[in-house]
Design a binder for this molecule. Sequence first.
Ligand SMILES: C[S@@+](CC[C@H](N)C(=O)[O-])C[C@H]1O[C@@H](n2cnc3c(N)ncnc32)[C@H](O)[C@@H]1O
Length: 408
Amino acid sequence: MNTDPTPQTLRAAMVAALREDGTIRTDRIAEVMGRVPRELFAPEAQPADAYDPELAVVTKRDEDGLPISSVSAARIQAFMLEQAGPCPGENVLEVGSGGMFAAYLAELVAPDGKVTTVDIDPEVTARARRLLDDAGYEHIRVVAADGAFGLPEHAPYDLIAVTVGAPDIPPAWREQLAPDGRIIVPLRVRGLTRSVVLVPEGDHLVSTGYELCGFVPMQGVEENRERLVLLHDAPGEEVGLRLDDGDQVNAEALHTALASPRQEAWSGVTVGGEEPIDDLDLWLATALDGHARLTATPAARDKGIVASASPLGVATLVAGGTLAYRTVRPTDETRTRFELGAYGHGPAAAAATARLVHQIQVWDKEHRGGPGARFEVHAAGTPDGELPAGRVVDKPHTRITISWPGKP
Ligand SMILES: C[S@@+](CC[C@H](N)C(=O)[O-])C[C@H]1O[C@@H](n2cnc3c(N)ncnc32)[C@H](O)[C@@H]1O
């Protein structure tokens, strides 16, 4: 006898889990995610995987084996639906098509709303068209085109939902947005990606919230990937710096620095083992002038070259031929709490670790548990004097600012 759980059981368990941990807060979203058959949009996966809240089902890889198309994990789709809040009657553009998210959107804007989904890859749109038709969503428009240009023929949009990692906000998205519309976008700034909700305010966009997320990178005219500069290149023991937004480093001097003795500094600020500290990283990316992310293989860590083996990288201050990166140490042998600190290498390592630790302390005192950051997106060329105080990140089309209102 087949004892595999049915899709209905899997769907109910997925929604219960996402309700339980607070990801789904809205009944309408719970109802839709509990009704639409997710397994029909991920035929490549076992049903249990399609319904695993944490699993993305990769549907296409590039020649290096890196994912370039996927059905996003249910948790990401759930919080993006919560962030976007699609309402009946709305006109929605989705950038990046997997079929699944478009189907959820169509349910939420029904009965008289419209969903158009655009993907740069004709194989992806052919797949999405087929799966949407088979599941009864013939009314969703599927278009093969570079979503960086939006789709002016169906604008204005109440909601532009971008489901691919975007390094900038192309002008078309702003131009095709209804005056009271919103854009939800996995925006990469200083090497960190956050699913940000942006709404128009005067001549610019402001954020109303954001969530930590990861997405495959954008292709086409807006393709602009992070760069990896190797500081230690022994095979299998690579250590590198991920750089974003045109940032440059002196790789040769940093290579020498990494081989020099390590300095350390500790902040007295502690975190629980399971506690998310993504806002600390966003704060450090805002506060530190020379910012990069140090990434290393487990073998490099095990050899003691660096203390972290994070593939996405840890927050790092780079100043000339010196670097200092964020690290932790357990506060006792139970290893349930950890103190935040910094390790540094190079001629100015003592000063760099002290600066990093100081910013950890500032975050703890002024921003931890507070309202978080506010992003603003201004057109490129906007004079400094018209921008809010905070970090300014220059992109090809925009000047993005990150500011921190602080705790009330
Ligand atoms: C994570 S998948 C989309 C997931 C999907 N919305 C779902 O239902 O789960 C990202 C997609 O973005 C597409 N993409 C990348 N660059 C694009 C661009 N410039 N315009 C439109 N689509 C793009 C990729 O081909 C890929 O299929």
